[in-house]
Design a binder for this molecule. Structure first.
Ligand SMILES: Nc1ncnc2c1ncn2[C@@H]1O[C@H](COP(=O)(O)OP(=O)(O)O)[C@@H](O)[C@H]1O
Ligand SMILES: [Mg+2]
Length: 638
């Protein structure tokens, strides 16, 4: 009976697990692993223990010892019973001493078994959980090291779900399946079978006989059950995915007053997911009944055969009891098999998802023998650079060449979509160009390590993303050693100090998820402070003041000019005055750059620039908008 109870707990545990962890699950990680060799996957999971060889050997030795002790108990009982019966029959006195000795031996054996088993369980738990943490950590790191191209294609919620599920699957396979339900019973099985063979081959055979029948039936049922289980999983994953999506957009749900509908949707999905689960439960009940029937039939035969042996004097009563006890020990583990096999398959599929993330190769890596770039002066040269996004048809940048002396400020101008942000990403080596190269201080950035390059460049992106941490932690993000004074002075420069001090906790204010407790302009100012505090050699400002009102923008621009002093600075700007203050400007047009030069050069060389100048030079509002790039407006203005 015991196995039926455990079967149910095992399964419901599994569903809860799926439900809790499946934020969103890709169908690909579901179908892919089926094509793979399950044996290879098991080997892969077991190889995780390779680094813990001695612990694994210790655990095996321990469980072997425990099993041997466990098997001795029925033998001790047999001797005790036979001794008592002999003394009753023969009238000779069964010494009290022998009785006490037998009882003491049984007690000691059981107690030792328990203690050793506890030690085994604990050591196994520690070993498996640390293996799980290690592989999860490695996979997470590999995910973090993905290049930009891969990151734009991944859904991070999905990756996190995969990591969680995969890591728990590794735990379930190594701890529950292998460590608890497969290897110890297998050892017991071998030991018991050997002992039975030694005592009576006929009984051994009878005990063994139901096993092939059993395996046949398990094999028959397990395949369709596997499909059904997958359907159950998929249903719960759908619920989980929706759950995650709705929770992430709860404010939209509220603003459009869709609470009732979304809650209803959840209830409906959940009840739909339960349908195949109920069906699976019914099928499991049938399988369990068949199992019990076979086991009982086997047991009845052994009891009958043993009884017959006793009656014909071919074995003692003690041996009879021994056979029954051993058979019980044998059928316990066998009854687990039909649960374990599908469970193993389900978890192997999840572990493979984790291995996929762990094995993911990155295209953009440090060149072999890449050097750590020395402190840069900031002379940037771009030579014949052409770049297109891997799946895009057209070149985003084509044959771009320019040379920027160290310490200059370069303004990047051009309508949206012409590749300004892309150009900055190339400077950061988030992508490698297909042709040409970028040299900083004469060194091709591909020959330096990415870490040493990015350590010396700071960027304020178009949309500043903040962590759900405090203001101070967000400013300190790229410069862990910055002191509070550094942070405050950067915040003052970025005009963030005042608004930070207005809140009760000052620099210790939590900014909320993705910084959503701050306004767009406040987020941007924290982003600027974050860049300033790094004190970089090269500073990239991607429309860094676009979320600010005119007045703060003006103040920040003045501050940025001070900050830019003495370092190379690339600014994507939409103010003619910013551009005019720059040492040089680059005018981006579709597919490349139209011209590079100083304000005066460009007036002659770049039609776009001349047009912008004509439109905005005389106005108090020198804000360049998308409209400014439309030629027909120029005609209107002139
Ligand atoms: N990750 C990407 N994959 C494919 N195309 C992209 C990607 N990022 C940007 N693009 C495309 O490249 C072009 C240049 O984009 P971007 O550099 O962001 O322009 P800008 O910053 O000048 O507005 C746009 O047409 C944009 O759609
Ligand atoms: Mg951009």
């Amino acid at each position: 009976m015991h196995h039926q109870v455990s079967a149910t707990t095992v399964r419901s545990e599994n569903y809860n697990h799926v439900f809790a962890l499946s934020s969103s699950f890709s169908t690909s990680s579901m179908s892919q692993p089926q094509l793979r060799n399950a044996r290879a996957s098991i080997a892969r999971v077991l190889r995780l223990l390779q680094r813990r060889k001695s612990t694994t050997a210790f655990l095996l030795a321990l469980i072997l010892l425990t099993s041997v002790l466990e098997i001795t108990v029925p033998f001790l009982t047999q001797r005790l019973i036979d001794g008592i019966i002999r003394s009753v029959k023969g009238g000779n006195h069964f010494a009290l001493q022998s009785l006490i000795a037998s009882l003491a031996a049984i007690f000691a054996s059981v107690a030792t078994t328990r203690v050793l088993r506890s030690i085994y369980n604990y050591r196994l738990f520690v070993t498996v959980t640390s293996t799980e943490d290690e592989i999860k950590g490695n996979a997470f790191e590999n995910f973090l090291r993905s290049d930009m191209e891969a990151l734009t294609k991944t859904n991070s919620g999905q990756v996190m779900g995969c990591l969680d599920r995969g890591a728990s699957a590794v735990y379930i396979i190594l701890y529950e399946i292998m460590g608890q339900n497969l290897i110890p019973p297998l050892i017991i099985f071998t030991g018991v079978f050997g002992a039975l063979l030694f005592k009576s081959w006929l009984i051994a055979l009878t005990v063994f006989l139901p096993l092939p029948v059993y395996l046949l039936i398990v094999g028959r049922f397990s395949a369709p059950m596997h499909d059904l289980e997958q359907k159950v999983n998929a249903g719960f994953e759908r619920v989980g995915k929706e759950y995650y999506d709705i929770a992430g957009n709860v404010s939209t749900v509220k603003k459009f007053s869709q609470e009732g509908r979304e809650a209803g949707l959840q209830r409906r999905l959940l009840s739909e997911a339960r349908i195949p689960q109920f069906c699976a439960e019914r099928k499991w009940a049938v399988i369990e009944n068949i199992q019990t029937l076979i086991a009982t039939a086997g047991r009845v035969i052994v009891i009958g055969l043993g009884g017959w042996f006793v009656l014909h004097g071919r074995c003692t009563v003690g041996e009879y009891v021994l056979y029954i006890a051993l058979q019980d020990m044998l059928f316990g583990p066998m009854s687990q098999l039909s649960i374990l096999l599908p469970k193993l398959r389900r978890n192997l599929a999840r572990a493979e998802g984790l291995f996929d993330i762990l094995d993911r190769k990155h295209r953009l890596v440090d060149a072999p023998g890449a050097i750590a770039l020395p402190p840069l002066k900031g002379c940037v040269e771009v030579r014949n650079l052409s770049f297109r996004y891997p799946e895009a048809g057209d070149w985003t940048l084509q044959n771009v060449s320019l040379k920027v002396p160290a310490g200059s400020t370069v303004a990047l101008v051009g309508r949206s979509g012409t590749g300004k942000t892309t150009f900055m990403n190339l400077l950061l080596r988030c992508y490698d160009p297909q042709h040409g190269c970028i040299l900083i201080d004469g060194v091709d950035i591909r020959y330096g390590t990415q870490e040493s390059l990015r350590r010396q460049i700071a960027v304020v992106p178009q949309e500043v993303d903040l962590f759900s941490r405090t203001v101070a932690e967000n400013i300190r993000y790229g410069s862990p050693h910055a002191t509070h004074l550094d942070i405050e002075s950067a915040a003052r420069t970025a005009l963030a100090h005042d608004f930070i001090c207005r809140s009760k906790d000052g620099y210790e204010t939590e900014v909320g998820e993705r910084g959503l407790r701050l306004s767009g302009g406040e987020r941007q100012r924290i982003g600027i402070a974050r860049a300033i505090v790094r004190n970089p050699e090269i500073l990239l400002l991607d429309e860094a003041t676009s979320h600010l009102d005119t007045e703060s923008e003006h103040l920040i621009r003045a501050a940025m000019q001070r900050v830019a002093h003495g370092r190379t600075c690339f600014i994507i700007a939409h103010r003619l005055s910013t551009i005019r203050h720059a040492d040089m400007a680059v005018v981006f047009a579709n597919g490349g750059i139209e011209a590079v030069g100083t304000h005066h050069d460009l007036l002659h060389r770049s039609p776009t620039y001349a047009r912008l100048h004509q439109l905005h030079a005389d106005k108090s509002d020198d804000h360049i908008t998308e409209e400014s790039y439309k030629p027909e407006l120029v005609e209107l203005a002139s």
